[in-house]
Design a protein around this ligand. Structure first.
Ligand code: UDP
Length: 321
């Protein structure tokens, strides 16, 4: 990148939540694109294991910090990717106040830093802004159906606030902002016990336990492999699109179908056990990705059959003694 002095230097990129599942994969991609990466994380749900492979890399730094507190950083910054937040329903139900704080105070601090440094800011938003959607598949111009006072509201409303303040910083202060609405994503580095359906079912199957399908399993999700998601986010960061963009894989399946796939792929899985459906669990979810196709020239490349095998392999290695 050219600096004002005309010399050439690597772009400096801060990733809040840089030791998390998505933040760490994003860091890998940005390093490979020639960035200097600073991962900021309070390790509440992130893990140093996710970034251990960068030890000794002069282009990578880790700062342990809670971004709900003022973020101090000396020197130039070109990009800030704001990915810090508990992100699984299990985590944000355990950490409701931290989830609200990181989506509000944390986003405010990260935007303030972007403004001070003249950096491009990219917010990790979520398909949860659509709540239990009444429009299917979900397009970016759908405003959503969220219960603000339900248990999931802590995440949904935090992210909706984060989108609102991001647009306010763009309109009021001219900050170069982007918003990605991330749909269900899976792959290596998910936490085995973060409660999300992908690690939950794979972990249960590998331990020879029954798969816990919540409700009758007719609710749907659409699963995107992590490398596809990161590619969409990288493209968005370089685009001049300031409105939210859905990134996800439109291949939709019921949770029961997903359980059956895992049972078939991991021999010895005893069966399926139905448990109560969590409050406000969305009944359907599928991204409309027309905008990502048009604006970013992006679409997912990794087939479910391929991505899920790679993810099972990752957990198999993690679980083996
Ligand atoms: N789910 C399930 N069993 C589990 C974990 C999740 O049936 O052990 C269901 C959950 O109720 C939801 C879907 O799987 O309908 C996806 O849940 P997840 O927590 O992965 O993410 P969400 O899409 O709800 O944010």
């Amino acid at each position: 990148m050219s600096t004002s002095s005309g010399s050439s230097r690597k772009p400096v990129t801060l990733i809040t939540g840089g030791a998390g599942f998505l933040g760490s994969h994003l860091g890998d991609r940005l390093l490979s694109e020639g960035h200097q990466v600073v991962a900021i994380d309070n390790l509440l749900t992130g893990s140093l294991d996710n970034i251990a492979h960068h030890a000794g890399n002069p282009d990578f730094r880790f700062i342990e910090h809670d971004v709900t507190r003022f973020i101090e950083f000396e020197g130039e910054v070109d990009f800030i990717f704001h990915f810090a937040s508990p992100a699984s329903p299990f985590d944000y139900l355990e950490l409701p106040i931290q989830t609200l704080k990181v989506g509000s105070l944390g986003t405010h601090n990260a935007l303030g830093l972007a403004r001070a440094k003249g950096a491009t800011f990219l917010l990790a938003s979520t398909s949860e802004v659509y709540g239990d959607p009444l429009v299917h598949p979900q397009r970016e111009d759908y405003w959503g159906n969220v219960n603000p006072i339900g248990p999931r509201g802590v995440y949904d409303e935090a992210k909706r606030f984060a989108e609102a303040i991001t647009m306010a910083y763009h309109r009021t202060h001219g900050v170069d902002t982007k918003i990605v609405r991330i749909f269900n994503t899976y792959g290596p580095r998910m936490r085995l016990r973060d409660g999300r359906v992908v690690p939950a079912f794979i972990g249960q199957a590998l331990e020879g336990k029954s798969l816990t399908v919540f409700g009758d399993g007719s609710q749907t999700r659409s699963f995107c492999y992590v490398s596809d998601l990161v590619d969409g986010i990288y493209r968005l960061s370089l685009s001049d699109c300031h409105d939210p963009v859905n990134i996800g894989n439109p291949r939709e399946m019921t949770i029961l179908e997903f359980a059956e796939r895992i049972r078939d792929l991991i021999p010895g899985t005893p069966g399926i056990l139905h448990e109560p459906l969590p409050v406000d669990d969305p009944k359907v979810r599928q991204p409309n990705i027309s905008k990502a196709r048009e604006v970013l020239g992006w679409e997912p490349k990794v087939a479910f059959e391929e991505g899920i095998v790679a993810t099972i392999e990752y957990f198999r290695k993690k679980c083996s003694p």
